[in-house]
Design a protein around this ligand. Structure first.
Ligand SMILES: Cc1cc2nc3c(=O)[nH]c(=O)nc-3n(C[C@H](O)[C@H](O)[C@H](O)COP(=O)(O)OP(=O)(O)OC[C@H]3O[C@@H](n4cnc5c(N)ncnc54)[C@H](O)[C@@H]3O)c2cc1C
Length: 493
């Protein structure tokens, strides 16, 4: 063993593999899927090794995904309130004549401090649960021999075996780029955009999925001219159509320009930034210039170079195929998180898929991840929270559907917090009143959706919910009115 490398790894709370140990489970990848699985495994009393190629646990989510974006979105929300401070009776500066100023370096420093705090938190949890954290790039070496898998772990060219009875693959994903493009200080992915030295004067966002619209929302709040180009016919295309329409409307009001049905043809560097050529929805050639461009066209799974070709693991466009307990076609090899075929790439889905896999390995009770019970949250201004079937999906599936819609304009807490855009939309089964889907756009939608998921998990009905007491004055009363609206009986609209 290389002593210098061992010391370096130890300084980061990581270990070198011990060839003689046979773990119950080796998890490859220390993002939210992998570290959650590792902790749950240890809670079940299993001997767990967690292998990660980077020096810091947390994966995309903690370093360049969920956490830093939500930190910036919180800054953006505060900044919007500060801009309207007078409306709330707050005078800024001496006698109200001071002009609020944005300290971008402090914004970035706070975001980085949050990441560091949570990396330290993860290191603490690993120690607490006696999980062996191993630094290095892990790859499978083939099928298990005598019931034991060998994962080759490479650190700075040095290779060591890690032996385990089960292996969980949790290697995550990376941003896709358009053909011929390379990320740099002008052409950005989620990584570069989170490290800008100042908000750009103008930004083109290619892709109106959650990542694209969140960055559009953040930088618009900080004064950037933002244009979104989306290939499909609407923004946030996985959401209910009415949600897409409302987000586009509010974004327009906020000064975010959106072009849907836009096919990007070329991205070229210019002296001042970038020029993006695209064909618009009417088939007309268009050109747009900006200081920076963010490419947010989806994320590809990191499944090459990890030894899958030496196993029976089956892939679908690079994603790993699994059964309901996350097991691949190779016995004893599981896959969780962003690399799994057919699951949305979300941290909470990755984490839950890890808990399911560990429960199966430990021989404990589990409930498989259900696609129709996954909350989907977009933390834009206004926020979006949704779960279950959209109205169109419910009708396609042959349900006789009843829909209720309640606008936040009728909710007193929404007035108090100065946030009246949006609505709660409830899609219910007409015959039995079962809640099939809930779609919220508006204040705290990402928090409110938790109630809907719990209700759907318990197969709650409109009738149950119309008689469920929601505190006053709260945003959650908009949920109560949403359920009532299904029967045409919202109180506040
Ligand atoms: C900008 C942005 C914002 C997002 N916001 C949200 C959000 O608000 N909510 C949400 O739910 N999701 C969000 N996501 C998605 C979320 O980040 C991912 O779904 C989540 O990180 C996936 O977790 P994972 O553990 O599967 O993979 P990752 O988080 O990508 O972690 C994979 C880990 O595996 C390691 N690794 C890779 N290959 C190897 C190898 N061969 N050997 C050892 N280690 C390896 C990597 O170093 C990494 O640490 C966001 C994503 C982006 C890009």
């Amino acid at each position: 063993m290389n002593a210098a490398l061992a010391r370096k790894a130890e300084a980061h709370g990581m270990e070198f593999p011990l060839a003689e140990t046979i773990y119950d489970v080796a998890v490859i990848g220390g993002g939210p899927a992998g570290y959650t699985a590792a902790i749950r495994g240890a809670e079940y009393g299993l001997k767990v090794a967690l292998i990660d190629a980077s020096q810091k646990l947390g994966g995309t989510c903690l370093h360049v995904g969920c956490i830093p974006t939500k930190a910036l979105l919180f800054n953006a929300e505060l900044w919007e309130y500060v801009k309207d401070a007078a409306e709330y009776g707050i005078k800024l500066g001496e006698g109200g004549i001071g002009t609020p100023a944005l300290d971008w370096a402090a914004v970035m420093a706070r975001k980085n401090a949050i990441i560091t705090k949570h990396v330290n938190g993860l290191n603490f949890l690993m120690k607490k649960h006696k999980i062996a954290v191993i630094a290095g790039f892990g790859r499978l070496t083939g099928a298990a021999q005598g019931g034991v898998h060998t994962v080759e772990v490479e650190t700075n060219g040095q290779k060591s075996p890690v032996k385990a009875k089960n292996v969980i693959l949790a290697t995550g994903s990376e941003a896709k780029l358009l053909p011929g493009l390379k990320a740099d200080s002008t052409v950005l992915t989620n990584i570069e955009i989170l490290d800008l030295s100042a908000p750009p004067k103008s930004l083109i966002v290619i892709g109106a999925g959650a990542v694209g619209v969140e960055f559009a929302s953040i930088f618009r709040s900080f004064g950037t001219d933002v244009t979104i180009l989306e290939f499909l016919s609407r923004v946030v295309p996985v959401e209910d159509e009415e949600i897409s329409k409302e987000l586009a409307r509010v974004f327009r009001k906020r000064g975010i320009e959106t072009s849907t049905g836009a096919k990007v043809e070329k991205v070229e560097k210019t002296a001042g930034g970038v020029r993006v050529s695209y064909t618009d929805a009417n088939g007309k050639a268009q050109v747009k210039e900006a200081e920076k461009v963010l490419v947010a066209v989806g994320r590809g799974p990191l499944t090459s170079g990890i030894g899958l070709e030496k196993t029976k693991v089956e892939l679908e466009r690079g994603f790993v195929k699994v059964n309901e307990v996350q097991e691949t076609a190779e016995p004893g090899v599981y896959a969780i998180g962003d690399i799994v075929a057919g699951l949305p790439q979300l941290a909470h889905v990755g984490a839950m898929s890890g808990m399911v896999a560990m429960a199966k390995i430990a021989g404990r009770k589990y409930r498989p991840v259900r696609r129709d019970r996954i909350p989907s949250c977009t933390y834009t201004d206004p926020q979006i929270g949704s779960a279950g079937l959209t109205e169109a999906q419910a009708r396609e599936k042959g349900h006789e559907v009843k829909v209720g819609k309640f606008p936040f304009a009728g909710n007193s807490k929404a007035t108090i917090v100065g946030s009246h855009d949006g609505f709660v939309k409830v899609v219910a089964d007409a015959k039995y009143g079962e809640i099939l889907g809930v779609h919220i756009i508006g204040p705290q939608a990402t928090e409110l959706i938790a109630e809907a998921v719990a209700v759907m998990e318990l197969e709650g009905t409109v009738e149950h919910l119309m008689f469920t007491i929601h505190a006053h004055p709260t945003l959650s009363e908009a949920m109560l009115d949403g359920y009532g609206a299904v029967e045409g009986m919202a109180i506040n609209a």
